[in-house]
Write a protein that binds this ligand. Sequence first.
Ligand code: ATR
Length: 272
Amino acid sequence: IPLAGVIGNPIAQSRSPQLFRHWLKTYDRAGFYIPIHVTEANLADVIRTLPKMGFVGCNVTAPHKVDVLEIADLATDRATLIGAANTLIFRKDGKIHADNTDGYGFIANLKQGAPGWAPSIGPAAVLGAGGAARAVIASLIDVGVQEIFLSNRTRPKAEALKSSFGTKITVVDWVQAGNMLEDAATVINTTSLGMTGKPEFRVPLDGLRRGTVVTDLVYSPLRTRLLIEAEAAGCVVVDGLGMLLHQAVPGFERWFGVRPEVDVDTRAAVLA
Ligand code: ATR
């Protein structure tokens, strides 16, 4: 019986166990998926032990997404480019393979939540330049978005992303972040602003145009101030929960042998 799980520190907040259990039940698959609390000091030991215990792979959440790349024997090009992995595959030959499906999940959620969304609809504006932004930008470039405006409170981090991802990125100063929204067909918040327990999202939104697709990676709360104000301005809004659900699809398929659907029942299962 295949075993899989998710490693993080803390881990109790993770919705992945509920998600995987829902899919295991829905698709009538034998298997187990468990939350595993791992400290930084034990990370390498735990990862190398899991395959010996019969695990076929695991998901990785904060704060381990960067460190697991070093521990893995192989990494996909996209994981290497992003500099982080969220999915580890324990192969039969004993090798640990690292992948990053966050960008896939981001794009799949955008397409599902904003029908008709396509890379050709115009420039994207990305707020934030942390780990999540790296996955988002890599995927936007990968699907063919031609122009990306990027703004971050700490400007050098945005400049660093431009150095690794190239000329399609224009860095915009954080105090000017509101201005880049006027020219954007897609707006993405990758900062933690607006998350429960964090400062509220404050970038001025007057520049948002009707029909712009606005998405927030923050999904707690599900309807953030950004999404509420964008919807009031006539934008098409996509919440961040779907990204979490979609990024898990490739792992579930590989470990449990069926490609799961992300639908209203899936959302309900993780919100329960
Ligand atoms: P993640 O992996 O979720 O992207 P992260 O790498 O810690 O997490 O990145 C957090 C992002 O939220 C960064 O872009 C951060 O901006 P800085 O690079 O300036 O730290 C942004 N962020 C966090 N708190 C913020 C705040 N109070 N105002 C503006 N941006 C903030």
